[in-house]
Design a binder for this molecule. Sequence first.
Ligand code: MG
Length: 244
Amino acid sequence: MNMKHLVFCLTLLSAFSMNAQLTDPTLTEVWHPVPRLVSTSLPGGVPSDAYVLFDGTNLEQWERDTVGGPAKWEVKDGILIVGMGTKDIRTRQKFGSCQLHLEFRTPTGVDRKGQDRGNSGVYFQERYEVQILDNFQNTTYSNGQCASIYKQHIPLVNACKAPGEWQSYDIIFTAPVFNADGIKISSGYFTVLQNGVLVQNHVEIKGTTEYRGWPKNLAHGKASIKLQDHGNPTSFRNIWVREL
Ligand code: MG
């Protein structure tokens, strides 16, 4: 057998060997690591590894935004209601990437329009707002309507229920990453389901939520989850978060 034949035979042997590997299904099975157990009971159940932020009883997990101290919002009949004019509230604990569940209800009997109807919002890391607004037969700018990433991403559809009806948000937040020089090296992302409907599908966070001007990208670490006091008596219940 000359060298040419030898190379040919080795090539055939190699191809046969690779094919033999591919026909064995056990070679592509991965057994470790094993996902840890998390239990829940649906519907409305809280996963066993979730951090409960509001269970209907008190505001121990929250404080007044910026100045600290007790949150001034009202807890009544298991429901949290925006304390109009008392400022935003934020969690005492700080979070990075996380999965958040909350339920909200925009007020009935409103005669207001646009951005002044059931406006609140949930901020991640005190900077990035998922808008809460009553957009049931109420029009406003699309990138500021309910389930928008405010002034950054228009929701895929309008999944709003009527005023007075409970709605849910399930939000997956991936935090942006900054290097030691304060430069953003990885963007943050949002995926949002409103009432079980996908409204934001892994959209890139362009920077901080700004009412005027462009998003900013100053470095930061973990920070609070914040609920917005926008002067409307929007209600909340069943708020929990899982760190990712
Ligand atoms: Mg808002």
